[in-house]
Design a protein. Sequence first.
Length: 104
Amino acid sequence: MSDDYVSEEAGTGIVHQAPAWVEDDNRVCLAHEIITKDEVPPCPIDEAGRFTSEVPEYQGINVKEADSQIIRDLQKKGRLIVKGDITHSYPFCWRLVSLIQRGT
C-alpha cells in the first residue's frame, strides 16, 4: 500500500495502518481492499489502551505491558523469527497521536 503521506525521506517509508482510528488509514485500506465499506474496521483495544475480547489471550492487558507475553507466546509457537531492539530516528506523525494515547 502507498499514499502521499508516506516517504523514505521522513523515516523508513513503512507505515502501519489503523483504519478504525485514522481517516487516511481507513481510506487507504478501503482502496486496497484490506477492509470493505460494509464492515467495521478491527479495533481490538479499548479507550484505556487494553486488549478487548477480540484478543482473548491478552484481554484486559495494556498493549505495551503485553509485549513480553506476546513475545514469549510467539517463541513457544516457533513463530518468532528474530527479537531485538532497534534505535532509530522517528519522525513525528500526527496520524499516530490517538494511537499513542490509547497505548500509554
